[in-house]
Design a protein around this ligand. Structure first.
Ligand SMILES: [Zn+2]
Ligand SMILES: [Zn+2]
Length: 331
């Protein structure tokens, strides 16, 4: 067949003949088509001695696997690993996954599997139902009212007392119940912890191993953070207390879910935002301290540093061809 291509230069014959025999059958004796077809048959050369090949060609061979990889069957997604739709449901389609669009209406067996797993997980979670704090004994007098002065202070004390009761309840639940999920090691780690109220505003709670304390943001609690959300924060921190050094990894997350938390590191809570508010507004002097102008405007808890202020400029002013450094004011 292609062995007829004798007139090739001697250097090219080893590879060239193989290429030709593989791709073109008895195609022409000229060298031009061979050169073009080279990548197609490169894997065939493997049995030959590689020492004759120039280095560049060998590198190219390594870099380009050639078009040998067959495309996946149309309309079918490649088999995904079984845990692809694990705990948190199926993943969104990959950016380059064009087959997904066609097979949207097809039924995916693996998607069903994931759904079933999710349902089982939800059921398990419901079985581990954590106590809710919606009963009348968890209400604080005049909870939603707009109070001031001593009345506000008295109510803040009541809110703190309620948080303490929730904490005691949750801790007792971990120390005495939930067998199978909470081990002796967890309990030993949790036992010395106590609840305090701290000055935090950028976080709702914190777990300090050094002092064996769980801190809740006093400002948040005094402002009337809802009881069920307080319980969620407390569970989050108790999970830290039970699992030292696990931070927010899967060990911590699964534990938090198993005791009734949401297993998330932080979630945006409108209530928390509304209660804590902000202390500082950063703005572009051209636009003024207003968000509607389109110039930079941000609300923060902490005043920005001098270094930060000296580095950042308003993006809108930059687009308009001027340079405007931010200012801030306390509110
Ligand atoms: Zn945390
Ligand atoms: Zn500006």
């Amino acid at each position: 067949m292609a062995r007829t291509s004798r007139p090739l230069p001697a250097k090219l014959t080893t590879l060239g003949q193989l290429l030709c025999s593989d791709s073109e059958g008895e195609a022409g004796p000229s060298a031009r088509p061979l050169a073009r077809k080279r990548p197609a048959a490169v894997p065939e050369v493997e049995s030959d001695s590689e020492d004759d090949e120039p280095l560049a060609r060998r590198v190219a061979k390594k870099a380009k696997p050639g078009p040998v990889a067959a495309p996946p069957a149309a309309g079918k997604r490649p088999v995904s690993p079984p845990d692809r739709g694990g705990l948190f449901g199926p993943l969104p389609p990959m950016p380059g996954d064009s087959e997904d669009d066609d097979s949207e209406d097809d039924d995916h067996p693996e998607a069903d599997e994931a759904e079933q797993a999710l349902e089982a997980w939800e059921a398990k979670r419901a079985a581990a139902a954590a106590p809710t704090y919606t009963g009348s004994e968890w209400n604080v007098e005049r909870e939603g009212d707009d109070l001031a002065g001593q009345q506000w202070v008295d109510r803040a004390h009541a809110f703190r007392a309620r948080a303490q009761r929730i904490y005691d309840n949750e801790k007792a639940r971990l120390l005495t119940g939930l067998d199978g999920r909470v081990t002796e090691q967890h309990r030993a780690s949790l036992a010395p912890f106590t609840l305090i109220f701290d000055k935090g505003t950028r976080r709702r709670g914190v777990c300090k191993y050094k002092y064996k304390t769980i801190g809740l943001s006093a400002r948040l609690i005094d402002g009337g953070f809802p009881a069920d959300q307080v319980a969620k924060v407390i569970r989050h921190e108790l999970s830290h207390a039970c699992n030292p050094k696990q931070h927010h990894n899967h060990v911590w997350s699964l534990f938090d879910i198993s005791i009734g938390g949401d297993g998330r590191r932080c979630c945006v809570s409108e209530e928390a935002k509304a209660i804590i508010g902000h202390k500082v507004e950063i703005y572009c002097p051209v636009g003024g301290a207003k968000a509607s102008t389109g110039h930079y405007f941000a609300k923060k808890q902490v005043a920005p540093s001098r270094k930060w202020l000296g580095r950042k400029i308003c993006p809108l002013c930059k687009r308009n061809g001027t340079v405007s450094y931010f200012q801030f004011r306390r509110v």
